[in-house]
Design a protein around this ligand. Structure first.
Ligand SMILES: CC(C)(COP(=O)(O)OP(=O)(O)OC[C@H]1O[C@@H](n2cnc3c(N)ncnc32)[C@H](O)[C@@H]1OP(=O)(O)O)[C@@H](O)C(=O)NCCC(=O)NCCS
Length: 223
């Protein structure tokens, strides 16, 4: 037997057809979590268009607002990509008051200690797979790495209250903001002073074994 035949692990290095550099360029990660940037804005808006506009005629962030926040505070966003395709995302900005007001929908307050989560959405074909709760879990863990962030807040329609409660959010009360005839519940999550998410499974409703591969794979949002 030749030396190469006896050492099969050498074969890829000796193959003349595809260099390792080329292989890398053509291989998209199966699952990747990273902050969004303005180049992702169209993909974000496509998901929003299907998730919200086709249902209610409006959406949390219009395209120019997506670009606005991804320019001002990309570090408060998180995208989940499968083989390069955006499958779920969160967009947040900083807010500096106890409760949300209309200004919170359009402003980023760099000195604020509250992260206002404007939108969480999962691409239609990837729903009902636990991705929304997993992304939220990762995002909340990531916020713990940001020294000035004290809490996260969001406003949601009443039917989504149980969904966010499973991620550890608590009801703060009725939100003063209304959009057309829609009313919202305001919810908050204490980023500081929260027992370490009860090591995730209890708080998210997602078994730890399910979460682990996703938790370990991200290289971009680690503290
Ligand atoms: C809401 C959303 C983010 C949930 O993400 P998802 O990955 O599809 O979540 P899953 O289907 O895996 O559900 C996880 C849990 O939330 C519950 N849930 C999901 N969507 C729900 C909804 N619309 N209403 C109430 N509960 C819901 C599920 O029943 C499930 O509960 P369980 O763990 O007890 O079974 C996703 O459906 C979505 O993007 N919807 C459109 C956009 C939207 O409404 N975003 C939220 C407002 S910003």
């Amino acid at each position: 037997m030749s030396l190469v035949g006896a050492l099969p692990f050498l074969k890829p290095c000796l193959s003349p057809s595809v260099s390792p550099g080329r292989q890398r360029r053509h291989t998209l990660p199966a699952s990747e979590f990273r902050p969004l940037n303005t180049q992702d804005a169209i993909s974000v808006f496509e998901i929003e268009r299907e998730a919200f506009i086709s249902v209610s005629g409006d959406c949390p962030l219009h395209l120019d607002e997506v670009r606005h926040f991804l320019t001002l505070c990309p570090e408060l966003s998180m995208g989940w990509f499968e083989e390069g395709r955006l499958v779920a995302f969160i967009i947040g900005s900083l807010w500096d008051q106890e409760r949300l007001t209309l200004d919170a929908l359009t402003l980023h307050k760099p000195k604020g200690t509250t992260v206002h989560i404007h939108v969480l959405a999962v691409h239609r074909t990837f729903r009902q797979q636990g991705k929304g709760p997993i992304l939220m879990w990762r995002y909340l863990q990531y916020l713990r790495c940001l020294p000035n962030v004290r809490r996260a807040v969001l406003m949601c329609e009443d039917f989504l209250v149980p969904f966010y409660q499973k991620s550890g959010f608590k009801v703060q009360g009725r939100c003063s903001i209304t959009v057309a005839s829609l009313t919202f519940t305001e919810m908050q999550y204490p980023v500081r002073g929260h027992a370490f998410m009860r090591r995730n499974s209890e708080a998210t409703g997602v078994p730890q074994a399910t979460l682990f591969p996703y938790i370990l794979k991200s290289g971009h949002h680690q503290c």
